[in-house]
Design a protein around this ligand. Structure first.
Ligand code: RP5
Length: 165
């Protein structure tokens, strides 16, 4: 079982490193590829319909900016879950990517995360949640991650209270 992280351009990758790191933290195998809905449409179909599933891909994470059609095209070619990651590119700052990723026609779902730093991490965590449905070890690691996150916030709140007296 693995996750495919597809990106429309290598220029997206620096903002996706946290996504890869999060998946690795959970011990989830990830294949990252530069595949463009517009520039390499045939390669997208080849990977989504054949190479990806044959290598064990169960969830597609698709990052693209601007006229961001990658996630939608991937969703049109698979029944596996697809998470769209809208890149916050200039000159429109990601609103273009967000809308073109999220506003899919009924029948072709793309679960879209937010633009900005949280998006790539949340895409990884959504993939972990999906895979954890059929993997008890992963479900346990997810539970630990969530408790750890809660503890960190409690510690920050305690530090703030101490500072304020
Ligand atoms: C999109 O076009 C890519 O996902 C990227 O966000 C944007 C710009 O690509 P480059 O011109 O930097 O290759 O397809």
């Amino acid at each position: 079982m693995s996750v495919a992280l597809l990106m429309g351009s290598d220029s997206d990758f620096p903002r996706l490193e946290e996504c890869v790191a999060t998946l690795k933290e959970f011990g989830v195998d990830v294949t990252a590829r530069v595949l463009s809905a517009h520039r390499t449409p045939d390669d997208v179909v080849q990977f989504v319909e054949k190479d990806g599933p044959e290598s064990g891909v169960k969830v597609f994470l698709c990052a693209a900016g601007g006229a961001a059609h990658l996630a939608g095209v991937v969703a049109a070619h698979t029944s596996l879950p697809v998470v769209g990651i809208p890149m916050d590119n200039p000159p429109l700052g990601g609103l273009d990517s967000l809308l073109s990723t999220a506003q899919m026609p009924g029948g072709v779902p793309v679960a879209t995360v937010g633009t900005g730093r949280g998006g790539p991490v949340n895409a990884a965590l959504l993939a972990v949640r999906i895979l954890a449905l059929g993997d008890e070890g992963l479900a346990e690691r997810l539970k630990d991650f969530r408790s750890g996150q809660t503890e960190k916030v409690h510690a920050k709140d305690a530090a703030l209270q101490a500072k304020l007296g």
